[in-house]
Design a protein around this ligand. Structure first.
Ligand SMILES: Cc1cc2nc3c(=O)[nH]c(=O)nc-3n(C[C@H](O)[C@H](O)[C@H](O)COP(=O)(O)OP(=O)(O)OC[C@H]3O[C@@H](n4cnc5c(N)ncnc54)[C@H](O)[C@@H]3O)c2cc1C
Length: 402
């Protein structure tokens, strides 16, 4: 039997960071099921790795449902500290819109390379799938560890190594497991207008509003506005992937195509313009508000001929135009789950000490990353969770010596 102070299960960003933090002072083994570390990390940010988000820490925390749980880990591994790990090894960073941080080489493989370089003090076992953890912390009947950190991720993108089986390794209560940051499939076939982007719109579901671009795909809607909204829809629906992977529903979302105008401002503008520009065809007039390639579809949906002159549009049709510009509806019927970026739900946080990431029911068992019931919006927030909770779990586990 091989013996270690700490065994870290899962070589994603959370597990690697935990092993880095613990490896300096403890005898650590990192167990990874795949032939290499960080398979999901390589896919992040479209291969560019949106490594974190640079909003001021209080604002950043407000972006999460579980900000109180995350607070300690975010203050323990601040963005400055996280980025300095890479900068000290020659990798710089750039900041893009919405405070998103990327490596200046724009390659997630460079982020992975630095993390691997930092793992010098750690024994790494590749192609090693943990299938059992016995009560006395014996893993697969062959490795014994004083402390264990479980960082096996969520369930989405199973090709990167994630599996629902890992929840059964945790011996912890698990909340409902759901898809997060996931494109939506619409009832209507949108393939004719696939590829169109609606820029800077506001997407609404019930009372929730989310700002961002919307991209029309062959099967429905995606883009940051939609995938952030998908978290709200997913949380609102009652389902659990561990019971059934197929999720069907019939919900309505609405896109505010003119978020810069209030309803009344738009009405006022229409009244004036319909008088001043009476001879203008409606399809030309709408260019002021809509992406050109979306106008025909929009007019078709509200049954208005594009060549109708503004002066010939009656009050009812004018109101219909305004209503739809402010609230253009789509019926959504399922998630494009193959492309879900994160998992909502996981190990129940009420049994985890947020100051250490240790289980309150099983001493010396720690958790980090997406296996926990933690998720954030798109924009570097999910890697922020993985790195911060991983670092805190690693530090706490090695500070707790026998
Ligand atoms: C396409 C895509 C793009 C994304 N882009 C971004 C982005 O730009 N910014 C951002 O913040 N977030 C992004 N995310 C989310 C982010 O990648 C995850 O939140 C993050 O990787 C979670 O880290 P983790 O270490 O907890 O889990 P993972 O990265 O999933 O790592 C878990 C590791 O554990 C291993 N493992 C699993 N089970 C076992 C077992 N039983 N035994 C041994 N090993 C095991 C797996 O093989 C895997 O290597 C993206 C996700 C996807 C899918």
């Amino acid at each position: 039997m091989k013996e270690y102070d700490i065994a870290v299960i899962g070589g994603g960003p959370a597990g690697m960071m935990a092993a880095i933090a613990a490896g300096k002072t403890s005898k650590v083994i990192l167990l990874e099921k795949n032939p290499d570390l960080g398979s999901k990390l390589l896919l992040t940010g479209g291969g560019r790795c949106n490594i974190t988000n640079n909003k001021p820490i209080k604002k950043l925390l407000n972006s999460f449902d579980n900000k109180n749980f995350l607070k300690h880990s975010f203050f323990t591994l601040t963005n400055e500290k996280l980025l300095s790990i890479f900068e000290d090894r020659g990798l710089g960073f750039i900041e893009e819109d919405d405070n998103r941080i990327f490596p200046d080489t724009e390659k997630s493989s460079d982020v992975l390379k630095v993390l691997k370089d930092c793992l010098d003090d750690v024994v790494i076992s590749y192609n090693y799938e943990v299938k059992s953890i016995r009560d006395n912390f014996i893993i697969n009947d062959e490795i014994k560890a004083d402390r264990i950190i479980i960082a096996t991720g969520g369930v989405t993108y199973p090709q990167t190594g994630c599996s629902p089986n890992n929840y059964f390794l945790t011996s912890q209560p698990i909340t409902d497991i759901k898809y997060g940051l996931v494109p939506l499939i619409t009832k209507k076939d949108l393939s004719d207008i696939a590829g169109i982007t609606l820029y800077d719109v506001t997407v609404g579901y019930k009372k929730i509003k989310v700002k961002g671009n919307v991209l029309i795909s062959h099967v429905g809607l995606t883009g940051p506005g939609i995938i952030n909204l998908s978290n709200e829809i997913s949380k609102d629906l009652s389902y659990d992937i561990l019971e059934s992977k197929e999720v069907e529903f019939d919900e309505r979302i609405a896109i505010d195509l003119c978020p810069d105008f209030t309803h009344d401002e738009l009405k006022e503008k229409f009244t004036k313009d319909f008088q001043d520009k009476g001879k203008t065809m409606v399809k030309n007039y709408l260019k002021m508000f809509l992406t050109n390639s979306f106008i025909d579809f929009f007019l078709g949906e509200i049954n208005l001929g594009g060549e109708t002159q503004l002066s010939r549009i009656n009050k009812k049709s004018k109101n219909r135009l305004i209503e739809n510009l402010k609230s253009f509806p789509f019926e959504v019927v399922s998630f494009n789950d193959r492309l879900a970026k994160v998992t909502i739900g996981g190990v129940d946080l009420s049994n985890i000490n947020p100051k250490t990431m240790e289980s309150t029911s099983i001493p010396n068992l720690y958790f980090a990353g997406e296996i926990l019931d933690l998720h954030g919006p798109t924009g570097g927030y999910n890697l922020k969770i993985a790195f911060s909770t991983g670092y805190l779990a690693g530090l706490s586990a090695c500070e707790k010596r026998f």
